[in-house]
Design a binder for this molecule. Structure first.
Ligand code: BGC
Length: 272
């Protein structure tokens, strides 16, 4: 776990999809900064409870609770925010992280696979941002806690920039997130709301296990990463906790790529 820094003390963070993978690392990192944490899950209740228990064992931290919610359903998202506000008083940071891949070549992609990915990865982030903004505006500024009214972090991907054959639904959802994030910044920055994205590259989680779990897959992955290292969820957790803190106060409307240089297109090193 990250070294405690208390940069998020007295703040409450909702992290969607935080029962495992990148979301879990973000919850742990923000917990280590002294924040109250909402560990959100859709189906993995036990795993979510383990994440919360671990954060609660750290005496320096705020409190972690677990809330079930399918981010693609408006009534679920509204209820998650309501429960959080009832328990902690408000929300200061929303990390819209829940996301999935359902891969098919485009000409064979069932409409359901297209819709499901857009519903969770893009509509889910819209629904969370909407509730978060409403709560930030309702609550008003608390200068003793943060210089910003509230912070929204969208978990995007290098595929908001890099096209991805066989994953058009996923790439389209992440490309859409870029415009969602920038539009939120443009509209709400005057209210001192910060909205940014983190774009992870190849990070070792269940979502890409089929690739990194074989030698050939790992070698192919590393060809795409100039830094020659596959990322780990903690690489994202540390950036997210900093991005939620006042140390990054003047950053707004930006995507931070955490990808070992993947977006520098290493295939062009010798050719092109
Ligand atoms: C995807 C992973 C992939 C990585 C780099 C991520 O957004 O979810 O499956 O390994 O991008 O291509």
């Amino acid at each position: 776990m990250q070294k405690p820094n208390k940069r998020l003390e007295n703040q409450t963070c909702i992290i969607t999809g935080s029962s495992g993978g990148i979301g879990k690392a973000v919850a742990q990192a923000m917990g280590a900064e002294g924040a109250n944490i909402v560990v959100n899950y859709r189906s993995s209740k036990e795993a979510a409870e383990e994440v919360a228990d671990e954060i609660n064992k750290n005496k320096l931290c705020g409190e972690a609770i677990v809330i079930k919610c399918d981010v693609s359903k408006e009534e679920d998202v509204k209820s998650m925010f309501k429960k959080t506000i009832n328990h902690f008083g408000t929300v200061d940071v929303c990390v819209a992280n829940a996301g999935l891949q359902i891969d098919h070549p485009l000409h064979e992609m069932p409409l359901e696979a297209w819709k499901k990915v857009i519903d969770v990865n893009l509509t889910g982030q819209f629904l969370c941002a909407k509730e978060a903004i409403n709560e930030f505006l309702r609550r008003g500024m608390r200068k003793d806690v943060s210089n910003s009214l509230g912070k929204i972090i969208h978990m995007s991907s290098v595929h908001e920039e890099i096209p991805w054959a066989g994953h058009a639904n996923y790439a389209a959802s992440k490309g859409g997130l870029l415009m969602l994030m920038e539009s939120i910044c443009q509209a709400y920055a005057p209210h001192k709301i910060r909205c940014n994205s983190i774009a992870p590259g190849a990070i070792k989680t269940d979502i890409n296990k089929d690739v990194w779990s074989t030698k050939e897959g790992r070698e192919n992955m590393l060809k795409l990463i100039p830094y020659k290292q596959i990322g780990v969820p903690e690489d994202i957790g540390s950036v997210a906790s900093w991005l939620a803190s006042d140390e990054s106060e003047y950053i707004n409307g930006t995507t931070i790529f955490v990808d070992g240089g993947m977006t520098c297109y290493p295939g062009f090193t010798t050719n092109g």
